[in-house]
Design a binder for this molecule. Structure first.
Ligand SMILES: [Zn+2]
Length: 216
């Protein structure tokens, strides 16, 4: 977890680097404090290895902080035989973490763009979603970050991003409403200005009614 971090549009999300970053031992000690706060005894057998496991899990949950979303999209292809239609990757499952409660946000992303001569490998769109999902997030910000990064790096004619997700901070605590999903979208360029482009995108992701009133 010590990959060099470059400045990018999400630089303000980057954690303290180098000397400011706590050690693994400090992070494990903090987990022991939370176990005690929950009312348990971190010295009992079943919990002895838990702090180490939690800290390793955090490395997976928050792997996005070590990824530069711009680099993910850096390699593009221009030999596309004049292909100039919409490119859509739909139903990209993501797991993110609510920045207010640090509990999972689990959902699907639909990411589309109208290329301007250059395209990117489709797996890169899924990696872009993960680079922003694997951080502490709010869904609105994550939606904007995915769309804006795609727009800045590829400079396509338009970008559409829709996220649908269930927030465990709503289902397992607070108002305790399960089965509720939140939908956010960001439409840029032709997806914003051209109703037929937006309609085509919404038809492809299969939820025209839900998204007929689009925001930005
Ligand atoms: Zn929350």
């Amino acid at each position: 977890m010590s990959a060099p971090r470059k400045n990018n549009l999400s630089g303000s999300d980057m954690p303290a680097d180098g000397a400011d970053r706590p050690t693994r031992e400090e992070a494990e000690a903090a987990v022991r404090v939370l176990l005690r706060w929950a009312g348990d005894d971190p010295r009992r057998e079943g919990l002895l290895d838990t702090p180490g496991r939690v800290v390793r899990a955090y490395e997976e949950f928050f792997a996005g902080y070590t990824q530069n979303p711009h680099d993910i999209l850096a390699r593009t292809f221009s030999e596309v035989q004049g292909y100039d239609e919409m490119i859509v990757l739909k139903d990209i499952r993501f797991e993110s973490y609510c920045e207010h409660h640090m509990v999972p946000i689990i959902g699907r992303a639909h990411v589309a763009y109208l290329p301007n001569k250059r395209v990117v490998g489709i797996s890169k769109l899924a990696r872009l979603v993960d680079a922003f999902a694997k951080r502490l997030q709010i869904q609105e910000k994550m939606t904007a970050q995915i769309a804006d990064t795609l727009n800045e790096v590829l400079q396509p004619l338009g970008v559409g991003v829709i996220l649908e997700a269930a927030h465990q901070c709503m289902s397992t605590r607070g108002v305790h409403k399960a089965g509720v999903s939140m939908v956010t979208s960001r439409m840029l360029g032709s997806f914003r200005d051209d109703p037929s482009t937006r309609r085509e995108f919404l038809a492809i992701v299969g939820n025209q009614n839900a998204f007929s009133v689009s925001n930005t």
